[in-house]
Ligand binder design. Structure first.
Ligand code: PHE
Length: 347
């Protein structure tokens, strides 16, 4: 039994060694690593005990096996205990670190909004949409023919000087008016036609009320028996909706080569309601758009029989409406993207 006595002593040494080693461990990871080393079948203090089995005399094998199992179970129990203890500590520390202070003020996320021009464009589209208009998206790059010639503005026509043009080549240019889209529509659709066409236009113009790039909304109606009265009725409805119920329109004779007769449309000042103020320069009226009955020459040029059909067209300055509605006195403010300005406008 000398062997067993020796073994008992060896096992109790192993126990106290493990106990003292465990004192130096302070994390669940440490416990895991240590357990792995102790239980290793080749080199582990406990794991390798089974290797000794061969050397144990037959009659002692059963006792030896029992003792080895005992220490194995004891060690496993200790490791589990330690692991649980450290895991609990670690969980607690993590929860403390991750605690959210629900009383802290929220971080403010600035919400974006639509550009004033886009807001106004959407409003105008909605208004005309409710009257049955559909949208035609024209091209920003046009040919001289669509922007001028087909609109009854031939090469040497003085009206060309009214719109200082950015030419890209002798043939191509940046459209100076959304009216260019009228021609495309009339060439490609058969009457009845009822479209609006919003978009950017370009003119070499630059002061407080003019920008080299600005936005227009073209309107075109072609059908049988269309007259200037239809135009006024439609525009009356439009200005009441975009400004307010009391707004009225006034047509003044004007000149555009592609409409005959042509009119300039004023609205009664929605700020002073006609009394006269700074906005309407004391007149009680504000000019908002150009319009007219489509010139027969233009209809015919697009293959539309002017004896059967007539049309009306209008061109609204979207920026101008935005400036009037929101009291913006310089068109540049619309295009400089200064959030201090744009933030104030939310309709
Ligand atoms: N295209 C003209 C302009 O830019 C406006 C307009 C459109 C006038 C349609 C009459 C008819 O000044």
């Amino acid at each position: 039994m000398a062997e067993l006595g020796e073994l008992k002593e060896k096992l109790s040494e192993i126990r106290s060694k493990i106990e003292s080693d465990l004192q130096g461990i302070s994390s669940s990871k440490g416990v895991y690593e240590y357990k792995k080393s102790v239980m290793d079948a080749k080199e582990g203090k406990i794991g390798s005990l089974m290797k000794e089995m061969g050397k144990i005399p037959k009659e002692l094998k059963a006792d030896y096996g029992k003792m080895v199992n005992e220490i194995k179970n004891w060690a496993q129990g200790r490791f589990d205990e330690m692991d649980e203890k450290f895991k609990a500590q670690e969980r607690k520390a993590r929860y403390e670190k991750e605690t959210i202070d629900v009383t802290l003020p929220e971080k403010k996320h600035k919400q974006g909004k639509l550009h004033p021009n886009t807001q106004v464009k959407n409003q105008i589209v909605d208004i005309f949409g409710s009257m049955g208009f559909s949208i035609y998206e024209g091209n920003e790059i046009e040919t001289d023919y669509y922007n001028f010639t087909a609109l009854n503005i031939p090469q040497d026509h003085p009206a060309r000087d009214m719109q200082d043009t950015f030419y890209l080549s002798p043939e191509f240019l940046l459209r100076t008016q959304t009216s260019a889209g009228q021609i495309h529509v009339m060439e490609n659709q058969k009457p009845p036609i009822k479209i609006i066409s919003p978009g950017k236009v370009f003119r070499s113009d630059d002061d407080a009320t003019h920008s080299p790039m600005f936005t227009q909304m073209e309107g075109l109606v072609v059908d049988k028996g269309i007259t200037l009265c239809d135009l006024q009725g439609m525009l009356d409805e439009f200005v009441k909706k975009i400004f307010d119920e009391e707004t009225r329109t006034r047509l003044r004779p004007s000149y555009f080569p592609f409409t005959e007769p042509s009119v300039e449309v004023d609205v009664s000042c929605f700020q002073c309601h006609g009394k006269g103020c700074k906005l309407c320069k004391g007149t009680g009226w504000i000019e908002v758009l150009g319009a007219g009955v489509v010139n027969k020459k233009v209809l015919e040029g697009c293959g539309i029989d002017s004896n059967v059909y007539s049309g009306l067209a209008f061109g609204i300055g979207i920026d101008r409406i935005a400036m009037l509605k929101y009291g913006i006195n310089n068109i540049k403010l619309l295009f400089e993207s200064d959030l201090r300005v744009l933030d104030q406008i939310d309709d």
